[in-house]
Design a protein. Structure first.
Length: 711
C-alpha cells in the first residue's frame, strides 16, 4: 500500500534507478578491493592487515549512504528503502541540510511513511503538522493526506482492548482529514475515498460508507475493485435493513458494464449471495444461484454450493440442502469438508440426528479427516438434541494433539454442553484444563470472551455467584474488551438469581466503561423492576425512567420493554395505564407480538374491561397474530357469563369472534363452542318469537281498525 500511496511515479522515475546505481557502486567498490586483496594474498602479514583495514574503511565509507547522497532524488530513494530504526526522519533532514539538499513534499511524504513503518508515530505526526502549517514553505498534497488516512485506519483496526470509545470518536481523525483536504481545495482521488470508506466499515457505520461512495461518484471518480470489496464487506456486517438492496445494486452496477475495468466474477456473486443469506433473504440468494447456473460465463463453484447449502440451513430446508449435495456429485465435483460441515449444520438446525450422523459417516468413508469445525458441529448437534453423553464421547475421541491444534470454538461448544446438562464438575474440570494448557503454551487455543461467558453462565446456573464474579473481575483487570452481549448474560443471570443490587452495579459500570447499553439490556433491567415479588412505587418509577433513558440514548424501546411494563401495570391492577402503554407502543410503530397480546387481552378480561379485551382480540386476528387457546377461551367464557353487558351486544361480540376464528381456521373447545352456539340460537329464537308476537299484535290492530270503520 505504501508504494501505491507514494505513487508509482515516485518509485519508477526517481527511486529504482538510484537503488540500482547504489547496488552497482557497492558491489564494484567491495569487489575491486576484494580482488586486489586476493591477488596480493602471498604478501607479508603487515601488508595483509593494512589491506584488511583499507577494505573495511572503504566499505564503511561506501555504506554511509546518507553522507554520499548529494541529490534530492537519491535522498528520496534512500528514505523509501530505509528500515534502520536508528536513523529517524529528523536525522535525515539534518543530513540533507548539511549536504545542501532542500527537501520537497515528496521527501516529507516519504519521511512520514517511513516513520509510521518504523513505529516512529510521534515523528510522523510532527512532520505532518509541519507541512500543514500555513507558514511552511512546503504544503501537503493528496499523497500526504492519504498516508495519514491509512495510518488512522490501522489505528481503528488495532484499537487496544481498553479503548471502549464511540464510533464518532474513532472516525474523528478520518473526517478531520477529509475536511482539511476540501478546505485546501486539493483534488481527492480514489485512494482517499477507499481508505475513508474502509475506516467506516471497520466501525460498522455503513451509512457513512455509502455516503462516501455516492460522494465519490459525484466527483467523477470511478470506483475500483477495492471500492466494491469494501462495500460488500461492510454490507455483510452492518445489519442494515436495506443491506440486500444495496448489495443487489452493486451487483447490477458491475454486471451492467458501467465500470469498464471491473467484471462481475464468482467472488462478487458469492459475496452478494452471502449477504442475502446473512439477512435471511434466501429466496433472493437462490435466484442469484440459478442465474449463475444458467450463465455461460460464470459457473457456481464448490464455495457457491456451500453458501447455498448454508442458506437452506437458515430456513430449515434439509431436502434442498441434500439435493444440492447430490447435484455436486452429479456435476463431477468433489464435496469438501466445508460442504459436509454446512450439511451437518443444516441437519443440526433441523434436529435431524440420524442425518447428522449419516453425513459424518459418509465423510469418513470418503477418506476425509474431520476437522475441528466438524467435531464442533457434532457436539452442538448432540447438545441440541439432549444427547449429552454422545457430546462428551465425541470430545473425548479427540487426541491431545488434535485438541491443541483445534480452535477455541470446540472448547466453547463442550463447555456449553456442561452448562446445558448441569454437569458443573465437568465444566470446572474442562475450564481449568483449558486455562492451564493455554498458560503453558501460547499456541494452544486461548480462552476468549465466549469461553468466559459460557463458564459464568454455568456458575450462575449452579448458584455459584462468587465464582462468576471472580471471572468478571479477572476480565476487567486483564483489559478484556467486554461487550454488551457479555453484560446481557451477566445482568440477566443476576436478575434470575434475584441479585438486583449487583445487577444495578453492572448496569452502571457499562456506562462507566463506555459500553453501549442496548435495547436487550434495558429490557432485562425493566423486567427486574417490573417482576419483583412486591412491586413498590419506587420500582415502578425506576422501570418507567429506564424507558426515558432509552429515548435519551437514541434507543427505540422494544416490544419486550413495553410488554414488561404492561405486565407490571396489570400485576398492580392498573388496567387503564396498561392499555395506555399498549397504545403508546403502537404509536411508536411497534407491532405487538403473541406474548404482548396475550398479556393485554387477559389483563383486560380479568379486570372488568371486557370491551377492550374483545377489541384487542379481533385486532390480533386481523393482524394474523395467533394467541394461546387459553386467551380465546377466557374472553369467550367471560362473554357467556357477563351479566353487565347487554344480551344482544354479547351475542354480536361472540358471533364476530367465532366468525373471525373460523376464517383463520382456529378451533374452539367443543363444549365451549356448543354453549356459545346455544346462546346465539336462543337469541335467534327470541327474535323469531318477538317477530310472531309483533305480527299478531299488528294483525289484531288492523282487524280492530277495520271493525270500527264498519260500525
Amino acid at each position: 500500500m505504501s508504494a501505491q500511496l507514494l505513487s508509482f511515479d515516485y518509485l519508477n522515475s526517481m527511486i529504482k534507478p538510484y537503488i540500482s546505481d547504489l547496488s552497482v557502486a557497492l558491489v564494484f567498490g567491495a569487489g575491486y578491493y576484494l580482488f586486489k586483496f586476493l591477488r596480493n594474498k602471498g604478501e607479508n602479514q603487515s601488508k595483509e592487515n593494512k589491506l584488511n583495514n583499507q577494505i573495511k574503511s572503504v566499505i564503511k565509507q561506501r555504506l554511509d549512504k546518507w553522507e554520499q547522497a548529494k541529490t534530492l532524488q537519491i535522498f528520496n530513494g534512500l528514505i523509501i528503502s530505509n528500515y534502520d530504526k536508528s536513523t529517524d526522519a529528523f536525522k535525515i533532514l539534518s543530513k540533507m541540510q548539511k549536504n545542501g539538499v532542500v527537501p520537497d513534499i515528496i521527501t516529507y511524504n516519504c519521511l512520514i511513511d517511513m516513520s509510521f513503518r518504523l513505529d516512529q508515530e510521534e515523528h510522523a505526526v510532527k512532520l505532518f503538522e509541519e507541512v500543514c502549517d500555513s507558514f511552511s514553505g512546503i504544503q501537503p498534497d493528496i499523497v500526504t493526506f492519504n498516508i495519514m488516512l491509512k495510518q488512522y485506519v490501522s489505528e481503528i483496526k488495532n484499537f487496544t482492548k481498553t479503548k471502549n470509545i464511540s464510533n464518532e470518536e474513532k472516525l474523528e481523525k478520518i473526517f478531520k482529514i477529509l475536511k482539511d483536504i476540501k478546505n485546501r481545495e486539493i483534488q481527492i482521488n480514489e485512494i482517499t475515498y477507499n481508505t475513508a470508506m474502509d475506516a467506516c466499515v471497520e466501525v460498522g457505520d455503513f451509512d457513512k460508507t455509502w455516503e462516501l461512495f455516492n460522494e465519490m461518484k459525484t466527483q467523477n471518480l470511478n470506483p475500483d475493485l477495492y471500492t466494491y470489496a469494501t462495500l460488500v464487506k461492510g454490507l455483510k456486517n452492518c445489519g442494515l435493513p436495506d443491506a440486500v438492496d444495496k448489495a443487489l445494486q452493486i451487483l447490477e452496477l458491475v454486471k451492467s458494464g458501467a465500470c469498464l475495468e471491473i467484471k462481475a466474477d464468482e467472488v462478487l456473486f458469492n459475496s452478494v449471495m452471502d449477504i442475502c443469506i446473512t439477512n435471511n433473504k434466501v429466496s433472493i440468494a437462490e435466484k442469484i444461484f440459478e442465474d449463475m447456473k444458467n450463465s455461460n460465463i460464470i459457473k457456481p463453484s464448490i464455495v457457491t454450493y456451500s453458501i447455498m447449502i448454508r442458506g437452506y440451513g437458515v430456513i430449515y430446508n434439509i431436502e434442498k440442502a441434500v439435493s444440492l449435495y447430490e447435484e455436486i456429485k452429479m456435476n463431477g465435483m468433489q464435496p469438501n469438508d466445508i460442504i459436509y460441515g454446512c450439511l451437518m449444520n443444516c441437519a443440526v438446525r433441523c434436529s435431524n440426528l440420524d442425518l447428522m450422523i449419516e453425513i459424518f459417516e459418509r465423510m469418513k468413508n470418503q477418506g476425509m479427516k474431520p476437522n475441528a469445525i466438524i467435531y464442533t458441529t457434532l457436539i452442538k448437534g448432540y447438545n441440541k438434541m439432549k444427547q449429552f453423553n454422545k457430546a462428551f464421547e465425541t470430545f473425548e475421541q479427540l487426541t491431545s494433539e488434535e485438541k491443541s491444534k483445534s480452535n477455541i470454538v470446540i472448547y466453547n461448544a463442550i463447555l456449553d454442553v456442561c452448562v446445558e446438562s448441569g454437569n458443573f464438575e465437568k465444566l470446572k474440570q474442562i475450564y481449568n484444563d483449558l486455562k492451564n494448557l493455554a498458560l503453558e503454551n501460547e499456541s494452544f487455543p486461548q480462552p476468549n470472551l465466549v469461553t468466559y461467558s459460557t463458564v459464568i453462565k454455568g456458575y450462575f446456573k449452579n448458584k455459584n455467584i462468587s465464582e462468576a464474579f471472580n471471572i468478571y473481575e479477572f476480565l476487567k483487570n486483564n483489559n478484556f474488551k467486554l461487550d454488551e452481549v457479555f453484560y446481557s448474560i451477566m445482568i440477566d443471570s443476576l436478575v434470575i438469581a434475584n441479585e438486583f443490587a449487583k445487577a444495578e452495579i453492572l448496569f452502571k459500570e457499562m456506562r462507566a466503561f463506555n459500553i453501549k447499553r442496548t435495547s436487550v439490556i434495558y429490557s432485562i433491567m425493566i423486567k427486574m423492576y417490573a417482576k419483583s415479588a412486591q412491586i413498590k412505587p419506587e420500582d415502578m418509577d425506576k422501570a418507567l425512567n429506564l424507558i426515558k433513558q432509552m429515548k435519551e440514548d437514541s434507543i427505540k424501546p422494544s416490544v419486550i420493554s413495553y410488554t414488561t411494563l404492561i405486565q407490571m401495570y396489570i400485576k398492580k391492577k392498573m388496567i387503564q395505564q396498561a392499555i395506555g402503554m399498549f397504545n403508546e407502543m403502537k404509536k411508536q410503530g411497534l407491532e405487538a407480538d403473541q406474548v404482548c397480546y396475550n398479556f393485554i387481552i387477559n389483563g383486560c378480561t380479568f379486570n372488568q374491561n371486557l370491551e377492550n379485551a374483545i377489541v384487542f382480540l379481533l385486532e390480533s386476528l386481523e393482524k394474523n397474530v395467533k394467541l394461546t387457546e387459553e386467551t380465546y377461551k377466557n374472553v369467550l367464557e367471560y362473554l357467556l357469563n357477563n351479566k353487565f353487558m347487554k344480551y344482544n351486544v354479547r351475542v354480536k361480540n361472540i358471533t364476530d369472534i367465532l366468525n373471525a376464528l373460523k376464517i383463520k381456521n382456529i378451533k374452539v373447545n367443543y363444549d365451549l363452542y356448543s354453549r356459545l352456539v346455544r346462546l346465539i340460537y336462543k337469541n335467534n329464537e327470541d327474535k323469531t318469537e318477538k317477530k310472531i308476537e309483533n305480527d299478531v299484535k299488528s294483525s289484531f290492530k288492523n282487524f280492530t281498525n277495520l271493525y270500527q270503520k264498519k260500525i
